[in-house]
Design a protein around this ligand. Sequence first.
Ligand SMILES: [Zn+2]
Ligand SMILES: [Zn+2]
Length: 359
Amino acid sequence: MRAAILRAYGEPLAVRELPDPEPAPDGAVVSVDACGVCRSDWHAWAGHGEWANDRVPRGQVLGHEPAGEVVDVGDEVDRFRPGDRVVVPFSLGDGTCPHCRRGAGNVCEDGRALGFEAAAPGAFAERVAVPAADYNLVERPEWLGATAAAALGCRYMTAYHALAERTTVGGGDAVAVHGCGGVGLSAVQIAAALGARVIAVDVDDDALALATEFGAAETVNPASLPEEDDSVPERVRDLTDGGADVSLDALGIAETCRNSVRSLRPRGTHVQVGLTTDAERGEVSLPTDWMTRWEISFVGSRGMPPTSYPDLFALIEATGIDPGDLVARELSLSEVSDRLAAMDEYEATGVEVVTDFEG
Ligand SMILES: [Zn+2]
Ligand SMILES: [Zn+2]
């Protein structure tokens, strides 16, 4: 099979022939019809994470947002068989630990991150192996095509878990979204679908225009703030009559994280979704006295457990939102490197999906 491999940090991926994967006894092999390209791939490709001893190893097949069809299953697999249409969450659980059994496979103690570690080769490839298939694979409804499912596979489900499960956004809430890349735009669309009034924040007017299309009621560009509200939190508090009920940092830089916390009303909830870069090295200082004074909650959120997909599918069906709307561009395997390089400059808007594995 053809696969795109990380050879050296910051250098073009090598597209090569690799042997087809075999399923483990409890695993499956999925032929990949679509796989999204995301900021996490960029972090991996750029070699971030050395400070946390968490660099993605060279030789890794990247790609963690696949949708496709099962082509082979191991002897122990009961729920799936060849021909089943599936989507694969990037945070793979072992299916047996206490967290998995409580429905939180995304924080599995023995979990694997698809496309980020040697034990879990990724899906910028014609085929991908999935361990603990009965637990991890998600059946794809008839109405969900592979490209839209790939757009849903990481950022969309991450945004859903953050807004609907780590906190409970509902009708009439004011939700601020800081950073309108893939996960931020997904959060805008989902928060609006959940009935919230959404304030989208980004330094890029094109990203804000997309956010408006996806349901943001207001937008804030820090570069062009009115004089009377000269900081992002002031502007958000002004637009929400005292602060957002929920604020989400989709980017993970110190400034957006602190701005998000400071955008909240008393007793509001900040949800951290973006991971930091080499600049913050995993730590951001926060206004803890202020957070204590106003009973602010700070919540981390990572991916989504496979067991939550039916709820997300139900929301999509009930509200008519379409994760496929986020797809800005379809790519071939050999184009991935250029698109990763473009993220150095934050050039990518919307979600880009590999759909051609022969090119
Ligand atoms: Zn992703
Ligand atoms: Zn587990």
